[in-house]
Ligand binder design. Structure first.
Ligand code: ZN
Length: 482
């Protein structure tokens, strides 16, 4: 990578309901990658070189209807849900630089400017839309996208809307060649690569121009179309622009920045076909990568309110701790297919990898160091060599394979355990030899505490503190067995 800055985003969640663990997975994945880049580029976390964005998508019919169902004004409703989402995300130690809300004033202003510019290009025109609309997807649908009962396959419990209304349309059809070239010429634009063919196949069928506004009389909860108070901006046009709002104002929407969007597989089309076309239309810089992931299922079932199997991140954090939850999800890697998780499996992984793994190794070495009564000053001489080892451990971050990075770290921890067992420091009577053996092991723990930081930052900090000084003492158990 030659770019000097990195801008990482997650999808922003609808505020019809508080986020669940499936939605939180993406935040954890993106957070881990953001923390890695901070280390790599030397960013303190204040957004000098790495900017990490997450937030909530608050306009549109879904959010408005959820508010009405609670007899609340939309703003009161979205204020509450957005704050709760933030609380959930914070419980997982997600290190965003900004939690953006599409009701934020600066975003409102930038969407208005964006659309004003688009209107001037001539690629936005007013016409009548006659067709289907799924409020669950907040998306216009063709008959071919519905099942035989005329339902959206993703939202079987919702009634499909039949619309006949005046809208502003975006000349999406004009951008087919541009999008095909983008996908073919920039192999990193859609990752993993398997998703590229899916989008190319979709393009082969051609694109229909797409409405980018809704009538105010039907959807009053939105940003007004500049110069036409009878229309509000279509929620996806509004939402996608959130990346630009934060990026452009903080100096992260330019050639010098690697822009990475993490998104779920249900919204790939919006991010890889509509968003770049919107940007091209107004001649703005394009993102570098849209990374697509699958869904998290719980006990083999889709997580949904109607199934009654929703678990919030905070519930898991209270039971297992933020780092254990983060570790468990990241161990699955950047999931391409859907993955099923369960509390039993989480507990199993917690005990084997964290309590008996990392936690036990750290405790053993601290104990040996303490009873030896030696001093173990942190190494200052072979820093370059250690940095090299760190980048080797981190190498698969290049293709976001956080699972393989974790595997590598845990292999190193296993080697360290083996080193302890083989050398049996408790039996060594030669003081110099004992110091040598322990010094090596302590230094490996110091390295491991660096390596695990993007994954389990709270624990990493505890270990770093415990091993910061020459005089090492035993400390609280990192992961008590469950
Ligand atoms: Zn739908």
């Amino acid at each position: 990578m030659t770019k000097k800055n990195v801008f990482i985003t997650t999808a922003i969640d609808y505020t019809n309901d508080v986020i669940h663990i499936g939605q939180a997975y993406e935040k954890i994945l993106a957070d881990c990658v953001a923390r890695y880049y901070r280390f790599k580029l030397g960013d303190t976390g204040n957004g000098e070189k790495v900017y990490f964005l997450t937030g909530t998508d608050e306009h549109g019919t879904t959010n408005e209807k959820a508010a009405r169902a609670r007899n609340l004004e939309p703003l009161a409703h979205v204020n509450e849900i957005s704050a709760k989402d933030k609380e959930q995300i914070d419980s997982l130690n997600i290190s965003y630089n900004r939690f953006i809300r599409t009701t934020d004033e600066d975003h409102h202003k930038i969407v208005t400017e964006f659309l004003k510019k688009a209107l001037e290009t001539g690629d936005v025109y007013k016409s009548k839309y006659v067709g289907y609309y799924c409020e669950g997807c907040e998306s216009h649908k063709t008959l071919s996208e519905l099942n035989e009962n005329k339902q959206c396959p993703l939202h079987l419990t919702r009634q499909i809307q039949e619309l006949e209304e005046d809208n502003y349309f975006f000349k999406w059809s004009k951008y087919v060649d541009f999008l095909r070239d983008l996908i073919k010429n920039s192999p990193e634009f859609i990752l993993p690569a398997g998703k590229q063919n899916e989008m190319l196949a979709f393009l082969e069928k051609g694109l229909n121009d797409i409405p980018i506004s809704r009538p105010y009389t039907k959807v009053p909860w939105g940003i007004p179309v500049p110069g036409d108070e009878e229309q509000v901006v279509y929620v996806w046009y509004d939402a996608l622009t959130n990346y630009y709002t934060a990026g452009i104002q903080n100096g992260f929407w330019n050639e010098d920045t690697k822009i990475i969007h993490f998104v779920g597989k249900d919204i790939v089309r919006f991010h890889t076909l509509l968003w770049p076309a919107m940007l091209k239309n107004v001649n703005y810089h394009l993102p570098d990568t849209v990374y697509v992931h699958g869904f998290i299922n719980l006990n083999g079932e889709k997580i949904s309110k109607s199934r009654g199997n929703v678990i919030r991140p905070l519930e898991l954090v209270e039971q297992f701790g933020a780092d254990a939850v983060r570790y468990y999800f990241l161990k699955h890697g950047p999931i391409t297919e859907d993955v099923s998780v369960s509390l039993e499996h989480l507990k199993e992984v917690y005990n084997s990898d964290l309590a008996n793994g990392l936690g036990n190794t750290v405790a053993r070495i601290a104990k040996l160091a303490e009873i030896s009564e030696f001093e173990f000053p942190p190494h200052t001489t072979n820093q370059e060599e250690e940095l090299g080892e760190t980048f080797e451990v981190f190498s698969r971050f290049n293709d976001f394979r956080v699972d393989l990075v974790l595997q590598k770290i845990w292999e190193k921890l296993a080697e360290l355990d083996k080193h302890i067992n083989e050398n049996e420091p408790w039996k060594i009577s030669d003081k110099q030899k004992l110091h040598e053996v322990l010094d090596y092991e302590i230094n490996q723990i110091r390295n491991a505490a660096k390596w695990v930081e993007p994954f389990i930052p709270g624990t990493a900090l505890k270990i770093q503190k415990q091993f910061a000084e020459s005089n090492i003492k035993t400390s609280e158990v990192l992961f008590p067995r469950l």
